[in-house]
Design a protein around this ligand. Sequence first.
Ligand SMILES: NC(=O)c1ccc[n+]([C@@H]2O[C@H](COP(=O)([O-])OP(=O)(O)OC[C@H]3O[C@@H](n4cnc5c(N)ncnc54)[C@H](O)[C@@H]3O)[C@@H](O)[C@H]2O)c1
Ligand SMILES: [Zn+2]
Length: 359
Amino acid sequence: MDTKILQVSLGDRSYDIHIGTDLLDQAGALCRRALPRAGRVAVVTDSNVGPLYGTRVLESLTAAGFTPGLITVPAGESSKCLARLGELYDAFTNMGLTRTDAVVALGGGVVGDLSGFAAATILRGVDFIQIPTTLLAQVDSSVGGKVAIDLPAGKNLAGAFWQPRLVVMDPACLNTLTDDTFADGMAEVIKYGCIFDRDFLSRLAAAPSRAGVMGQIQSVLYTCCDLKRKVVEQDERDTGARMLLNFGHTLGHAYERAGHYETWTHGQAVAAGMCLAAGLGQRLGVTPAGTEKKLRALVTAFGLPAEISCSMPDYAAAIGLDKKGVGGDISLILLAGPGCAVIHPMKKSELLSLLEARI
Ligand SMILES: NC(=O)c1ccc[n+]([C@@H]2O[C@H](COP(=O)([O-])OP(=O)(O)OC[C@H]3O[C@@H](n4cnc5c(N)ncnc54)[C@H](O)[C@@H]3O)[C@@H](O)[C@H]2O)c1
Ligand SMILES: [Zn+2]
């Protein structure tokens, strides 16, 4: 498989995304091209990914003349916290990281968000490179520069915009994911189709299984990253068009919150959130009839829930706290058709009434 390369154009924060099988072994050479001056590289990974891919990445970095050090955090969302962030700062300073050195994230969205925030803030910011290893991280979190940790008050509450200097994705890493983690990423893949690309959605529907997606994985990753690239280039700081990426997420947050971020994974919550948003859109006359039914069939085929039950107080709390909602209004993302999302401003109270009618 030839490597495919995308460029995210953001002026002096521009960077390339490389997508190709066995690129892990070329990570060092690619990093060297992106960071000619760096010496030390702090490679942050987690307890699942490190044993699988750590050695290959370290060897490749060493061969390219870097002095890499591996830092491993426990796998799981709970590592996106202040305590782990503090440990990363200590590890970086202990290894003698300087302002011309770099941090590499080798892992899923948790490792990317945590180590990216550490990179953004240590020594007032050092270069950062993403080597995403989950489907979600490859199609979503490694591109766009949002980095964050969770606080007791909520998810992603302390963070920054810190674009990577390079993203290297090796689709072969996805072979070791559990089915659940693969399905989680599929929710975001389906989301891109719903929002922007009707043909892509049809391609997914024509081969609705993990094997079907892996059979065309390079083009799936390329399509998703290209769509995200366009949105990020238009709206780097998430004040306008980037909001479209929230399709399924406002309602999805209600499910995640109601389950205390344990019962439902992000992808499961987003899948059910997208289906509900399609249903609400149909009720509002924005979304064509039949859209919800097709979407439910697609998410179900990928092992994701089309529906999650949630109480009105949980919906209300999630909508009230939604970072994207200003005052009494909320911008719900709806589908004007398959592959065409629109921002639909409405009163929060109106949304709650619609949800109530649906329960
Ligand atoms: N920054 C953004 O723009 C953005 C966007 C979406 C999500 N996120 C964040 O991403 C996080 C979720 O990311 P995620 O779903 O990748 O979760 P994750 O990083 O926790 O990875 C999921 C699981 O898969 C394991 N894993 C990772 N790669 C593997 C591989 N190749 N083989 C085997 N196991 C592997 C991990 O150890 C973990 O147990 C959340 O914290 C979310 O807030 C950020
Ligand atoms: Zn998401």
